[in-house]
Design a protein. Structure first.
Length: 303
C-alpha cells in the first residue's frame, strides 16, 4: 500500500532584513497561497513599525494568518504557537510560512522535548521542591547519577530542563540522552524551505537602513503609545528589538542616538544568530539574493 503523502508546506525563512516578505508575496500570488506568520513579535497588536510587519495593502493582497492577534501585555509560548500554526496549516490549501523565528519552525516541524513522553505533575512538583529546598545543584546532581550526558549539557540553573530530563527517565526508565531524537522524516508535513542569502556586509547594511527607516516612520512614537496604554517594560513583547532599546529614551536614561546605535548593533548580532540557526537546517535551500527572480518557478513547482 502506498504511503500517504504528507501535506506540503512552503517556507520563506532566514535572517531579518533579508527580503522574506517580498519573496513570499510573489510566491503566494503565483500559487494562490496564504501566508502564515512565523515571527515571534509580529503576533502582537500595535507593534507594526518595530517588527517590520507587512503593510495593510500587502496583508489585503494575500491572506495572512497569526499576525496581530495578541495584546502586547500578554505572554505567548512556543507550544501555543505550534498548536495554532498547525490548525492554520490543516485548513489552508497552500500554506506558506514566513519569518525568522527558528524555534517556531522547529516547534511546527519536529517534536520538542520528547513530547511523546507524557508528563507527571506529581513528579514535577517533587523535583521542583528539591530545587527549592536543597538548591538547583542538588537536583542537577540527581540527574548526573542517572543521565550523565544530559547533566553535562544542562546548567544547574536550567531547572525546567533538568526537571524534564529527570521526569523522562522516571517515566520511561531510559535517559533523555538515549531517547530517539526527532528527525526530518518525523515531521508531520513535507516542508520545502527557502532562504535568501546575502553577503554579510550587504545584509548588515540592509539592517542599518531598515533601522533608519523605522525611526523615520515613527518607531519611537510607537513605543511611547504602547507605554502610555499600560504595557510594562518587562512585558514579553517589549523584549523585542527596537522596543527594549528605545524604552529608556522615554525615561531619559539613554540618548536617542545611543539607543539607535545599540539597536543597529543588536540587530546585526541577532541576524548572525539567525544565520547560525538556519544554516544548521539541511532542509533549507539558500537562494543567492540576486537570483531570487529566477527561483520563483522552482519554488512554485508542485511535484
Amino acid at each position: 500500500m502506498e504511503k500517504e503523502r504528507k501535506k506540503r508546506v512552503l517556507g520563506i525563512v532566514g535572517p531579518t532584513a533579508s527580503g522574506k516578505t517580498a519573496l513570499s508575496l510573489l510566491v503566494a500570488r503565483r500559487l494562490g497561497g496564504e501566508i502564515l506568520c512565523m515571527d515571534s513579535m509580529q503576533i502582537y497588536r500595535g507593534m507594526d513599525i518595530g517588527t517590520a510587519k507587512p503593510t495593510r495593502e500587502e496583508q489585503e493582497a494575500v491572506p495572512h494568518h497569526l499576525h496581530s492577534f495578541l495584546d502586547p501585555e500578554e505572554s505567548f509560548s512556543v507550544s501555543q504557537y505550534a498548536q495554532m500554526a498547525r490548525q492554520v496549516i490543516e485548513k489552508t490549501d497552500v500554506p506558506i510560512l514566513v519569518g525568522g523565528t527558528g524555534m517556531y519552525l522547529q516547534a511546527i516541524s519536529l517534536p520538542m522535548d520528547y513530547g511523546s513522553v507524557g508528563g507527571d505533575e506529581n513528579l514535577r512538583q517533587k523535583y521542583h521542591q528539591i530545587a527549592d529546598t536543597r538548591g538547583p545543584e542538588a537536583l542537577h546532581a540527581l540527574l548526573a547519577q542517572v543521565d550523565p550526558p544530559s547533566a553535562q549539557k544542562l546548567h544547574p540553573n536550567d531547572v525546567r530542563r533538568v526537571v524534564r530530563a529527570l521526569e523522562v527517565y522516571a517515566l520511561t526508565g531510559t535517559p533523555l540522552s538515549a531517547q530517539k531524537k526527532p528527525e526530518a522524516e518525523d515531521a508531520p508535513y513535507d516542508f520545502r524551505l527557502y532562504a535568501l542569502e546575502w553577503p554579510r556586509d550587504t545584509l548588515y547594511a540592509r539592517i542599518e537602513a531598515r533601522v533608519d527607516e523605522m525611526m523615520a516612520n515613527g518607531l519611537l512614537e510607537e513605543v511611547r503609545l504602547l507605554r502610555e496604554r499600560g504595557v510594562r517594560e518587562d512585558a514579553q513583547s517589549m523584549q523585542g528589538l527596537g522596543y527594549k532599546e528605545l524604552w529608556p529614551v522615554l525615561d531619559g536614561r539613554c540618548s536617542l542616538a545611543d539607543a539607535v546605535s545599540l539597536l543597529k548593533l543588536r540587530t546585526r548580532h541577532f541576524a548572525k544568530r539567525q544565520l547560525t540557526w538556519f544554516k544548521r537546517d539541511a532542509r533549507i535551500q539558500w537562494i543567492p539574493a540576486g537570483e531570487a527572480a529566477q527561483w520563483i518557478d522552482r519554488i512554485c513547482q508542485q511535484d
